[in-house]
Design a protein around this ligand. Structure first.
Ligand SMILES: Cc1cc2nc3c(=O)[nH]c(=O)nc-3n(C[C@H](O)[C@H](O)[C@H](O)COP(=O)(O)O)c2cc1C
Length: 169
């Protein structure tokens, strides 16, 4: 099953960008068109794009989204577009030494997208910078399983379009 993947990057010092680059490399030749987009260039209309979305964002301040993600996050919270057509995953970067706000940047996006009707594929992946494993390395392993879930979701969407009776809800 081929589909398009839009990776939306929220980052302060570029580590989430490295994760997106690694994912692009891993998916090269897999028949998936990958578009990596920096969040500061985006508004809520980005979710009109075709394909599946991967939110790839770090956490700053006291559990905030990084600066380049703030406008997009605020736009979703205030404009509240209907995103029931959207399917997405989350690769969240954080540091467990921040305790109660661990990976809140990714969790905040997960929460607002869910409130707007978007459906998450798989669990939110949480990278812990204090664990000593590079996020790019974890992403390289994680992406394989997540893409398999996306293939299943894309397959069932296509089946539902062809056979409306199989659509749920
Ligand atoms: C000032 C500062 C505040 C941070 N606050 C949090 C936080 O509240 N929760 C968390 O899980 N990680 C926090 N982090 C860790 C970063 O999210 C983590 O290092 C991440 O890998 C940075 O990725 P980036 O370069 O893509 O922004 C913080 C890091 C810094 C430097």
């Amino acid at each position: 099953m081929s589909f398009e993947l839009n990776i939306l990057v929220g980052t302060m010092t570029g580590i989430a960008q490295l994760v997106a680059q690694e994912i692009e490399l891993r998916l090269d030749g897999e028949g998936i068109a990958v578009h990596t987009l920096e969040m500061d260039e985006l508004d809520a209309g980005v979710f009109d794009r075709t394909g599946i979305f991967l939110i790839c964002t770090s956490t700053y301040g006291q559990g905030d989204v990084p600066d380049n993600a703030k406008d997009l996050y605020e736009a979703l919270c205030t404009q509240r577009p209907d995103l029931s057509h959207v399917r997405f995953g989350v690769f969240a970067l954080g540091d467990r030494t921040y305790g109660e706000t661990f990976c809140f940047g990714g969790k905040r996006f997960d929460e607002i997208l869910g409130q707007l009707g978007a459906q998450r594929i798989g669990e939110v992946f949480m990278h812990d910078a204090s664990a000593g494993i590079l996020p790019e390395d974890e992403a390289a392993e994680w992406i394989e399983g997540w893409i398999a879930l996306c293939n299943g979701a894309a397959g069932s969407d296509a089946a539902a379009k062809t056979h409306p009776d199989t659509a749920q809800g």
